[in-house]
Design a protein around this ligand. Structure first.
Ligand code: TYD
Length: 206
């Protein structure tokens, strides 16, 4: 029996306005255009649990801080069992716009109890590769305002994002995240991230 090689979980992380959605979708488009088996997804999802989170983020419903952390963790487990694991088992790589380090950074900043956040996320598979796009919160907020986005999330303030950034940076120090400079030109940021992904997938496309 031939067993298919398991695909990889690649996470793109960063504070709101860091450009992670652009980077993850461009990496996805580039790799799929080259015939690399890849699937794109994001968190929070739009499943039943994810939809509650989205309503909270839009300010439509209140949610206790610990419930927020538990819902993000539950949304992730549903995402894993319904989508991510079946795809990687088929040999597809999965690129994710936010994954477990978003909970460490955001809920860690909110609750000041990283240990508990890590405990409730312990059933989530570790990513094979996680890239962190670094931008100062002031730059990120300016970008969000410039876009004129109406759905500013409850987490978007310079002070809060500064704390989120510090936690992300602590995971860079630990070697769990690879940092790239998100203040550079968009094409350059995408290129840096793509080079790291290609190296991890052991493919030569650039
Ligand atoms: P996202 O959809 O990436 O926002 P945007 O596209 O506006 O950048 O994420 C929505 C918000 O959810 C974002 O403020 C970060 C937050 N979030 C957490 O707090 N914890 C988590 O585990 C995840 C996945 C997201």
């Amino acid at each position: 029996m031939t067993s298919k090689k398991r695909g990889k979980i690649i996470a793109i992380e960063g504070i709101d306005g860091s450009g992670k959605t652009t980077v993850s979708t461009e990496i996805y488009s580039f790799l799929s255009s080259k015939g690399v088996p890849i699937y794109y997804s994001f968190e929070p999802t739009y499943t039943k649990i994810g939809s509650i989170i989205h309503r909270f983020l839009r300010g439509e419903i209140p949610l206790d801080s610990h419930s927020q952390a538990l819902l993000f963790a539950a949304d992730r487990l549903e995402h894993l069992s319904r989508e991510i694991i079946p795809y990687i088992k088929q040999g597809k790589n999965v690129i994710l716009d936010r994954y477990v380090h978003s909970s460490y950074a955001y809920q860690g900043a909110l609750l000041n109890d990283l240990k508990w956040i890590m405990t409730i996320n312990k059933f989530a598979l570790a990513p094979d590769l996680a890239i962190y796009i670094d931008v100062p919160p002031s730059v990120a907020i300016r970008r969000i305002r410039k876009k004129g986005r109406s759905n500013i999330s409850v987490y978007e303030s310079v002070r809060f994002l500064g704390r989120v950034r510090n936690i992300y940076k602590s995971f860079v120090k630990k070697g769990e995240l690879i940092e790239i400079d998100g203040t550079k030109e968009k094409d350059q940021v995408v290129k840096s991230a793509l080079a790291i992904v290609c190296k991890s997938l052991k493919i030569k496309l650039l």
